[in-house]
Design a protein around this ligand. Structure first.
Ligand code: SF4
Ligand code: SF4
Length: 61
């Protein structure tokens, strides 16, 4: 399944990706966390919206 790869060390916990994901895949815990991987449609919105560059890719596995 597709899922975003989040570098926790880079995440500033701004919540932008959580708000921008059209599928509700992400939740802000201590850092952005994938909580509903099955819903990810690999649209790439979270990668583009992260101001910290913490979401490096959409992995397909
Ligand atoms: S790739 Fe799209 S659907 Fe998947 S987590 Fe990012 S914004 Fe959400
Ligand atoms: S947009 Fe980037 S920095 Fe902000 S919560 Fe998401 S992963 Fe973290």
């Amino acid at each position: 399944m597709a899922h975003p790869v989040i570098e926790a060390d880079e995440c500033i916990a701004c919540g932008v990706c959580v708000d921008d994901c059209p599928q509700g895949v992400l939740e802000l815990q201590d850092v952005a966390t994938v909580t509903d991987e099955d819903s990810c449609i690999a649209c790439g919105v979270c990668v583009e919206s992260c101001p910290a560059g913490a979401i490096t890719e959409i992995a397909e596995d």
